[in-house]
Design a protein around this ligand. Structure first.
Ligand code: PLP
Length: 370
């Protein structure tokens, strides 16, 4: 008999939704290159066109503003390198994809709650002193803490200084209202596998795609991203996008209830536990919890043995747990930044998953030092 697995790591990757898995299989079986003029090629082209509509609708963009990519990472790099701005300002809590994308990026600090420091941003924008030279990149919500950034305030400041704004919204759809029009950003990154689609496919929404320089020049995506389209991936992305567009409010309400129970249980088991970003507005699915005196790596191992899958702040490619740069930017000591784990819920999460976490975490909580 296999042991039940309690998967609470949706911010790393969400389990594929059945609708998306079915769409991937269908497109994989159908085959075809969308650039071929014959019937099979035309059928593949129809899948790509349909995906463009579904993804545009998910974030209230126009289909022609959607550039398909290999995922959130490529979308972030395309936005920052392709926008043609010689300087960037990025928040200190961005994903590595953003932090490493631009060759000349100034890092804007965040507050203790993980919110971009708007006064510091204004100073950095004023120091840049050059209209039309800067792109500001701020995420919609943080993948480790769930903290939601004041993107509209960032846009207001950036506009006053003639800067473009890119928003890494990879963790937004399915969790909170994510609308490129309402946010008023110029560029917005999305990733299919965070919403129950397949990994290895994403999109950059560009309000003015003509102004973007490609990383891979060539024919596809109207010259903005060459390479044969990942048709099965796009079919899955479209299916997940449609399900999310239809159900996200309902799902987010359930997540909020589960997360409340999770946080109550955590604090009841150990009042010294730290909920990082707890004073800010956060995604309804994410809890980043620090346990003083108990290393994240040990917590992950104990939880894993109990069949509970969660993450530490930052997992290096080696699989080792490093101190989280996000928590460090929020003022955590090196030690505290190594003691936090992230629990992230999603469409497949149940009350039983939350109770399993709390049961497995209880003995760890008892080991915390005040
Ligand atoms: N941006 C954020 C905020 C993320 O959480 C992730 C995924 O971890 C990415 C970008 C990268 O997305 P992908 O895995 O699709 O390359």
């Amino acid at each position: 008999m296999t042991r039940p697995v309690h998967y609470l790591d949706h911010n790393a990757t969400a389990p594929i939704r059945p609708e998306a898995a079915a769409a991937v299989m269908r497109a994989l079986t159908d085959g075809g290159n969308p650039s071929s003029v014959h019937a099979v090629g035309r059928r593949a082209r129809a899948v790509v066109d349909d995906a463009r509509e579904a993804v545009a609708a998910l974030v209230n963009a126009r289909p022609e503003q959607v550039i398909f990519t290999s995922g959130g990472t490529e979308s972030d790099v395309l936005a920052l390198r392709g926008c043609g701005r010689p300087r960037a300002i990025v928040s200190a809590v961005e994903h590595q994809a953003v932090l490493k994308a631009h060759p000349d990026a100034a890092v804007c600090p965040v507050t203790a709650d993980g919110l971009i420091d708007l006064a510091a941003l204004e100073t950095l924008l004023a120091e840049a002193q050059a209209d039309g030279q800067v792109v500001v990149s701020v995420m919609l919500a943080n993948n480790e803490t769930g903290v939601i950034q004041p993107v509209k305030d960032v846009v207001r400041l950036a506009r006053a200084h003639g800067a473009l704004v890119h928003c890494d919204a990879v963790q937004g759809p399915g969790r909170i209202f994510t609308d490129v029009h309402a946010l008023r950003v110029d560029l917005l990154s999305l990733s299919a596998h965070k919403i129950g689609g397949p990994p290895g496919v994403g999109a950059l929404i560009a309000t003015d795609p003509a102004a973007l320089q490609p990383l891979f020049p060539g024919g596809q995506e109207r010259g903005k991203r060459a390479g044969t389209e990942n048709v099965p991936g796009l079919a899955g992305f479209a299916a997940a996008a449609r399900v999310v567009a239809e159900r996200w409010r309902e799902e987010a309400a359930v997540l909020g209830t589960l997360r409340r129970r999770l946080e109550e249980g955590i604090l009841a088991a150990q009042p010294q536990a730290v909920i990082w970003g707890g004073g800010a507005a956060r995604l309804p699915n994410t809890v980043c919890v620090g346990l003083p005196g108990v290393a994240a790596q040990g917590q992950l191992m104990t939880l894993d043995l109990a069949g509970v899958c969660v993450s530490a702040g930052a997992a290096c490619s080696s699989g080792k747990v490093g101190p989280s740069h996000v928590l460090q930017a929020m003022g955590a000591t090196d030690t505290a930044a190594r003691e936090a784990i992230r629990v992230s819920l999603g469409w497949s999460s149940t009350a039983a998953d939350v109770e399993a976490f709390l049961r497995a975490w209880q003995p760890l909580a008892a080991r915390a030092v005040a």
